[in-house]
Design a protein around this ligand. Structure first.
Ligand code: NAP
Length: 490
C-alpha cells in the first residue's frame, strides 16, 4: 500500500526527510503491488518465476556479453551463472507449487480446561511484505536483480525493491527491463519488482529505513553490511536484515589427504583459490597444514600451482585496491612469511599471493583472520590436532569449513567436525568450497560475520523461509485458512 492511498499507513510515521523521491516512488510501487501479489494464488508466483527464468534464458547471449563488459568475469563463467540463475528461479517455482509457502500446522480443538484443553489453532505462513534487495558485485546474475534473494522473496509472496550494484549498472538495468516485460505480459503490477536505479549510499540507507520496507536481503562487504544492518535495527520498527558478509573459509589438510601425493590436491586447491580472481564468498582463504615434511611439500606444491594460475581483472578498481590493501596488510604482520609475493607480472589482473604463519601467531593476531577478497590465501602450520582445534576456535563465523582426510570415524575427526560445525554453515568432507549447489539441503550462511542471521540461508530453497512470517489462526473459519494457502491443497 502507498501513503497516497492509505493516509494512515506506517509511511506517515516516517520521520526522515523525504530527500529521495526516486526511492519513495519505488517503495510506493512495491507497497501498492504487495496487496495484490501477496494475496494472489500461489500459481501466480510460480508462473512469474518461470516466466522470468524463460526470459533470462531467451536473452542469454546479449546479457552475458553485457555482463562480461562490465565485470570481466568471462563468458564461460557468466553463461554458467545465467543458467544457474534460471534453474534457481524454476526451482523456487517448483517449491511454491509443492506448497513451500502454504505449509500449515493444524492442532484440533481439545475440550476441557487448559493446559490440556484448547481451541483449534492453525499456523499459517504470511508474506512479510516488500523486501529491499541489495545486489552483490561478484555474481551479476545469481546474486543480482533476479538472483536468489529476489527469487526467494517472490516465492514467499513478497514484492521486491532492487538496489542494483554499482559494478554492473547497465546489466542490472537491462535485466530489470526484461522483468518489467514479463510482469506486463502476466498482467502483474510493475511494483512486484521495483527498481531504484543507481543510488548513493545515503539513499541506500534511506531505503533500508523506509517504513514500508519489511525486510532486507544483502550480500557484500562486512563494512557495508554492518552499516545497513545498523540502519535496519535503528528504525522505529526494526526489521529482519538478512546479510551475507565476509568469510575466510578454513580448509584443514589432514595427513591422510596427502597419502597419494601432494601435487593433485595442491593443483585443485590453487584453482579454487584463484577461481573468479578469488572473488567468491566461499574462496578458501585459510589453509591449515601439518608442520612436517609432507606439509612442507604440500605448501611448496601449492605455491607452484598458484603461481601458474592466470586470474582475470577484478570486478572494480575499488575491489582491486581493497585486495592490494588487505594482502599487503597480512604480508606486513609479525610472524608472517611470504610464500608467493605480488610480482611484476601484476598488471590489469593481480597475480596470486600465498602467505604462511603458525598457529600461535594466527590465534594472537586478529588481522591474520581478516578476509583477503582476491586470489590469495594464508597457510597456517599446526603441530597436531589440538593446534588445529585451537585455530578453528579462533576463527569467527564462516560460510564453510573444509576437512580433507577425515573420512574415518575417530575421536580426533569427531572433535574436528564438531569444531567445524560450531563456526560454519556448511562443512565439507573433501572437495572444494567454491561452487554452491542450489537444492533443498543447502545452507549458505553461518555465525556472524558470515551471516547476520545464522539460522537462515541465502542459497537453496529454504531461503524462502526468510520472507514468511508465521501467524496462528485461532478457531478460524475455513475461508480464513484457505486465504493463506494460495490455492495449494496439501
Ligand atoms: P559492498 O561495498 O558492501 O557493497 C554492497 C552494496 O551495499 C552496494 O549496493 C553498495 O553500494 C552498498 N553499500 C556499501 N556500503 C554501504 C554503506 N556504508 N551505506 C549504504 N550502502 C552501502 O560490497 P561489494 O561492492 O560487493 O564489494 C566490496 C568488498 O566486499 C569486496 O572487496 C569484498 O571484500 C567484500 N565482498 C564480500 C562478499 C562475500 O560474499 N563475502 C561478496 C562481495 C564482496 P554501491 O553500489 O554504491 O557500492
Amino acid at each position: 500500500m502507498s501513503n497516497a492511498t492509505y493516509p494512515n499507513s506506517p509511511s506517515q510515521q516516517h520521520d526522515a526527510p523525504r530527500a529521495f523521491p526516486a526511492i519513495d516512488a519505488a517503495v510506493a510501487r512495491a507497497a501498492d503491488a504487495q496487496a495484490h501479489y501477496g494475496t494472489a494464488p500461489h500459481a501466480t508466483r510460480s508462473a512469474l518465476l518461470r516466466g522470468l527464468a524463460a526470459a533470462l534464458a531467451a536473452d542469454a547471449a546479449a546479457l552475458v556479453a553485457l555482463a562480461n563488459d562490465e565485470t570481466s568475469l568471462g563468458t564461460t563463467r557468466l553463461t554458467g551463472e545465467l543458467v544457474r540463475t534460471a534453474f534457481q528461479l524454476r526451482g523456487f517455482a517448483e517449491r511454491v507449487e509443492a506448497g513451500a509457502a502454504a505449509h500449515t500446522i493444524d492442532d484440533a480443538a481439545v475440550p476441557g480446561a487448559p493446559p490440556a484443553g484448547r481451541p483449534r489453532l492453525t499456523r499459517v505462513l504470511a508474506p512479510l511484505g516488500p523486501v529491499a534487495m541489495f545486489s552483490a558485485s561478484n555474481f551479476p546474475f545469481a546474486f543480482s536483480v533476479l538472483g536468489g534473494d529476489t527469487a526467494s522473496a517472490l516465492a514467499a509472496g513478497c514484492t521486491v525493491v532492487v538496489k542494483p550494484h554499482s559494478g554492473h549498472p547497465q546489466l542490472s538495468h537491462r535485466v530489470h527491463a526484461l522483468a518489467e516485460r514479463v510482469l506486463r505480459e502476466q498482467g502483474l503490477p510493475e511494483g512486484v519488482i521495483a527498481f531504484v536505479g543507481q543510488a548513493t549510499r545515503d539513499a541506500a540507507t534511506y531505503l533500508v529505513g523506509h517504513a514500508d520496507i519489511s525486510a532486507v536481503a544483502f550480500t557484500g562487504s562486512y563494512q557495508g553490511g554492518v552499516a545497513l544492518w545498523r540502519a535496519a535495527n535503528a528504525r522505529p520498527r526494526p526489521i529482519p536484515f538478512y546479510g551475507e558478509l565476509g568469510s575466510i573459509n578454513p580448509l584443514v589438510v589432514l595427513p591422510a589427504a596427502l597419502a597419494d601425493g601432494v601435487d593433485a590436491p595442491a593443483t585443485a586447491l590453487a584453482a579454487s583459490i584463484a577461481l573468479g580472481c578469488g572473488q567468491f564468498c566461499t574462496s578458501p582463504g585459510l589453509i591449515v597444514i601439518r608442520d612436517d615434511a609432507e606439509g612442507e611439500r604440500f605448501a611448496a606444491a601449492l605455491a607452484q600451482a598458484l603461481k601458474a594460475q592466470k586470474p582475470h581483472a577484478m570486478l572494480t578498481a575499488a575491489m582491486r585496491q581493497g585486495f592490494e590493501h588487505a594482502s599487503a596488510r597480512i604480508g606486513a604482520q609479525p610472524g608472517i612469511r611470504t610464500r608467493l609475493a605480488p610480482s611484476s607480472t601484476d598488471g590489469e589482473a593481480p597475480a596470486p599471493r600465498l602467505y604462511e604463519t603458525d598457529a600461535a601467531s594466527l590465534i594472537a593476531n586478529p588481522v591474520l583472520r581478516e578476509e583477503m577478497f582476491g586470489p590469495a590465501a594464508l597457510l597456517v602450520n599446526v603441530r597436531d590436532a589440538d593446534d588445529t582445534l585451537a585455530v578453528l576456535a579462533a576463527v569467527e563465523g564462516s560460510l564453510t569449513v573444509t576437512l580433507w582426510g577425515a573420512d574415518t570415524d575417530t575421536p580426533e575427526h569427531r572433535a574436528l567436525a564438531a569444531a567445524a560445525q560450531r563456526i560454519a554453515g556448511r562443512v565439507l568432507f573433501g572437495g572444494l568450497p567454491t561452487g554452491v549447489a542450489v537444492c533443498d539441503a543447502q545452507q549458505h550462511g553461518g555465525p556472524w560475520p558470515a551471516s547476520t542471521q545464522p539460522q537462515t540461508t541465502s542459497v537453496g530453497y529454504t531461503a524462502i523461509e526468510r520472507f514468511l512470517r508465521p501467524v496462528a489462526l485461532q478457531d478460524a473459519p475455513q475461508w480464513a485458512i484457505a486465504a493463506n494457502t494460495g490455492g495449494i491443497v496439501s
